[in-house]
Every structure is written in structure tokens, then in C-alpha cells.
Design a protein around this ligand. Structure first.
Ligand code: 6GU
Length: 221
């Protein structure tokens, strides 16, 4: 999978993409993530990427020209499955959508900032408007990181067998993972449940399933 992220504030994206599992996935060439600095596509002495909204009102709007230039360049090189604009007004991301999107060959993620992006960018290129939840962020960058994380962990080979995405919460019927423990078996008077220490795999499986259901019912009440 190849992901192209377009941002006016690329620094927000760069360092999180260089850590841990996302870093490993790129090193293994399982995913390629390219961050495009919108400013590089802007003209003039100040390489201005945003401007005041027509009709007044507060905030700034990302100008169409740099976005068009950047997106058109990408589209001229390869076919994209989706051109996604991250916005709190989009359809909400869930595990089902993440599963589907993780099968994509190439996607573009457009990060808005300030008041958002000029509508003509959306009208011309965007195939999906995506939100990560019902709250407002300062920009699409942190949302893009959430989307990238949710997608790449589903790409075969990114997670090891033991961490496999197929067994995690939301993919399984029990919806939520059971609580997990590691050593020590007793810590500050708090004990790890006996069933996990005894090594009966059938019992452990049943216990985990039940605990997952219990947690799901509690949270979703
Ligand atoms: Cl995708 N962008 C912004 N700016 N805020 C959000 C969001 C996205 N999803 C939820 N809130």
C-alpha cells in the first residue's frame, strides 16, 4: 500500500511516522508513506497556502492552487483508489471501513487546517470525506495519523503472528480484548487471575472470550 499525505504542516506528521510499528512497516517495504509539504506547491515570495474566506467570517481557508498542483502531480503518476479529505463532517471511520481501506493499493490523504480547504478541491478530486469521531481537531494531521495507524496494521506482514489483527478487539465476536497481565504474578497485593497461570488453554480461551464480552457490555451500555 502507498499512502500520500498532503499537509500545510508536515512536521506534525513526520516524527510519528518514524516510530515503532509504522517505521518497521515502511522499512519492510510493506507500506510506503509520502508526506507532501503543501507550501512547496505554493507560489510567490511568501508561498502562501491559505487565505481569508470569501463572504467574511473568521479563520483561514487552504487555497486551491497549491492543492490542485500537488494532487494533479500525484494523479498523473498512478491510479488512486481513494482521495480522502479528513474532516469532522465526513463519514465516521470504524473498523469495517478501516478493513476495506486497508485493501487499497494507493490512497491520498488531504489534511485540512484552519477553516478547511477550498470547496473546489473537494468537488474536483475528493472521493471520500472521512472523520475520526464526533469532536473537532485543529487540523487533519492528527486524524491522518489515526487513519494511517488503523490501516497499516491490517496490511499482511505488518504485525507479527502473535499480534495478528485478526484476533484483536472489533474483529472478533467478543468485540473487546480481555484484560492482559504480565509478570509479576502478584504486584502490590493485586493478583493475576488464576486461570491465566494454570496453563489450560481451553479454559484460558473461554475466560478471555467471557471477559471480552463483559467489557463490551459495560462500555456500550
Ligand atoms: Cl478528520 N479533522 C478534523 N479537523 N477534526 C476532526 C476530524 C478530522 N475527525 C474528527 N474531528
Amino acid at each position: 500500500m502507498r499512502i500520500d499525505v498532503i499537509s500545510a504542516v508536515p512536521k506534525i506528521l513526520r516524527s510519528p511516522l518514524r516510530e515503532s510499528i509504522i517505521k518497521r512497516a515502511q522499512a519492510k517495504k510493506l507500506v510506503r508513506i509520502y508526506v507532501h509539504d503543501l507550501r512547496k506547491y505554493a507560489e510567490g515570495k511568501y508561498r502562501q497556502v491559505d487565505d481569508k474566506p470569501f463572504g467574511g467570517g473568521g479563520g483561514m481557508v487552504l487555497k486551491p492552487e497549491p492543492m490542485f498542483k500537488c494532487i494533479e502531480k500525484l494523479l498523473s503518476k498512478r491510479k488512486y483508489d481513494e482521495v480522502i479529505y479528513l474532516t469532522p463532517q465526513g463519514v465516521k471511520l470504524n473498523q469495517r471501513k478501516a478493513n476495506k481501506l486497508s485493501l487499497s493499493e494507493n490512497i491520498i490523504l488531504i489534511c485540512g487546517h484552519y477553516k478547511g480547504v477550498d470547496q473546489r478541491v473537494i468537488d474536483k478530486f475528493v472521493t471520500m470525506e472521512l472523520s475520526i469521531g464526533d469532536y473537532v481537531l485543529t487540523g487533519g494531521e492528527t486524524a491522518a495519523l489515526v487513519v494511517i495507524d488503523a490501516l497499516i496494521r491490517l496490511v499482511p506482514g505488518v504485525l507479527g503472528n502473535s499480534e495478528s489483527a485478526l484476533s484483536d478487539s472489533f474483529q472478533t465476536e467478543s468485540k473487546f480484548d480481555a484484560p492482559v497481565y504480565t509478570r509479576p504474578a502478584e504486584f502490590e497485593g493485586m493478583k493475576v487471575p488464576d486461570v491465566l497461570l494454570k496453563g489450560n488453554h481451553k479454559e484460558i480461551k473461554e475466560w478471555r472470550h467471557k471477559q471480552g464480552l463483559k467489557k463490551y457490555r459495560k462500555v456500550k451500555k
